[in-house]
Design a protein around this ligand. Structure first.
Ligand code: TTP
Ligand code: MG
Length: 404
């Protein structure tokens, strides 16, 4: 079936929102992420900052070396989330199905509404216009016959871009002499494998299909299809229960060995996970613990549980997993739930008849809050909103680390 797909992607999203709300930041190299004196990375940066070679996921120290005069800011996720919801309203007006890929990015199936590429061009124009007029933000839009081509098109003229790729031939003509990296889903590691085998361009992938499949297996098959512009995937509307997991993690400014502190942090992370799970009405049938040690070795431990969405349950399971982990200095710790479902599944034991009243673990929760108040002198229970926020959670954790 013929499809017409729009891919929308906001320009320098977090940075643009901050510049919109604070005109003194406009036209300057603005870097959103960690602070230069902290550990961490760049989330994104303004196009002015990109001139210094700064990009998403770059170590913040490296960014600072390149641009010491830049303006550095922590992200404000609550704000970006709110903007994202306003964007969804605009996008949903014009599409049959909207697949949100990130806060600032979506695929829109406009096959019906647009009828043809002229119609899609008009929808794209309206979306760009409304995004600017109503939200004060610019975006780049691609219109194409497939998801990959639409994504490629939206990147083609960034920022504030518009580009069309009407059919496979147009896609192949555009891509044929480009580096394999320009085929989306080819990351650094895959590219290295291809380069090592002498395959550099999309043309090489087209001409040496067997070789690509031999090197990369299933992914190789998908790549050879892409090299010919073949991608029949449909736009999958976002449903919260399709999310694979809900988790939160935290990187310390200095490595931590204190187990009491680490468990207390697991409790705060569990509160954040609960908050998100409840917002979407989701239960997890598994709990995960994630750790990065000081030498960057990463581990994930997980455990199947009865349906769970409460902080105290997540916390208790995560602590059990934690007890089994080797004791070494820890750089990052995270907790989460997976195997999500919108249904609460009751256990089949007799105890469960009592469950609806005892399940929430009210008294255990209270006890944990009290213990932590004694340890750190902070009223956690009265400041849950701050715990849920990434930036204040970070500050709280650092305070706890210094006072433990
Ligand atoms: P992107 O759309 O990849 O980047 P962007 O919108 O900032 O810039 P561009 O104009 O190139 O599209 O990601 C959207 C947001 O997601 C970005 O503003 C910040 C966040 N993000 C991270 O936090 N870490 C990352 O590594 C990336 C890539 C993005
Ligand atoms: Mg973007």
């Amino acid at each position: 079936m013929k499809q017409i797909i729009i891919h929308v992607d906001m320009d320098a999203f977090y940075a643009s929102v901050e510049m919109r709300d604070n005109p003194s930041l406009r036209g300057k190299p603005l870097i959103i992420g960690s602070m230069p004196n902290e550990r961490g990375v760049v989330a994104t940066c303004s196009y002015e900052a990109r001139k210094y070679g700064i990009h998403s996921a770059m170590n913040i120290k490296e960014a600072y070396r390149r641009c010491p005069n830049g303006i550095y800011m922590h992200p404000n996720f609550d704000k970006y989330k709110a903007v994202s919801e306003q964007l969804h309203e605009i996008w949903n007006t014009y599409s049959e199905a909207s697949e949100y890929v990130a806060l600032d990015e979506a695929y829109l199936d406009v096959t019906k509404q647009a009828e043809n590429f002229d119609g899609a061009r008009e929808i794209a124009r309206i979306i760009k216009r409304r995004t600017l007029d109503e939200l004060g933000l610019s975006c780049s839009v691609g219109v194409a016959y497939s998801k990959t081509a639409a994504k490629t098109a939206s990147e083609e003229k960034k920022p504030n871009g518009y580009f069309e790729i009407p059919d496979k031939k147009a896609f192949v003509d555009l891509m044929i002499d480009r580096d394999v990296r320009s085929l989306y889903t080819v990351g650094v590691k895959t590219a290295e494998k291809l380069y090592a085998a002498g395959l550099h361009t999309v043309r090489d992938v087209q001409e040496k299909q067997d070789e690509v499949i031999r090197l990369l297996g299933k992914q190789g098959h998908w790549l050879t299809q892409l090299a010919f512009g073949i991608d029949n995937r449909k736009v999958e509307p976002y449903l919260p229960q399709n999310a694979k997991s809900i988790s939160r993690e935290l990187t310390f400014q200095e490595d931590v060995t204190n187990e009491v502190l680490l468990k207390d942090i697991l409790f705060l992370l569990s509160l954040c996970v609960e908050n998100r799970a409840k917002r979407y009405g989701l239960y997890g049938k598994g709990v995960t613990l994630k750790i990065t040690f000081s030498d960057m070795k990463r581990i994930t431990r997980s455990k199947l549980v009865v349906s769970c969405d409460s902080a105290i349950e997540i916390y208790k399971e995560a602590v059990q997993l934690f007890e089994l982990v080797e004791k070494r200095p820890i750089r990052l710790i995270g907790a989460g739930i997976y195997n999500l479902s919108t249904e609460y599944e009751k256990q089949l034991s007799f105890d469960d008849y009592l469950q609806d009243t005892s399940r929430t673990g009210e008294s255990e929760l209270k006890e944990q809050f009290d213990k932590m108040q004694c340890r750190y002198g902070l009223d956690f229970e009265g400041h849950l909103e701050q715990i849920y926020r990434w930036d204040t959670l970070h500050k709280t954790a650092e305070y706890m680390r210094k006072h433990s």
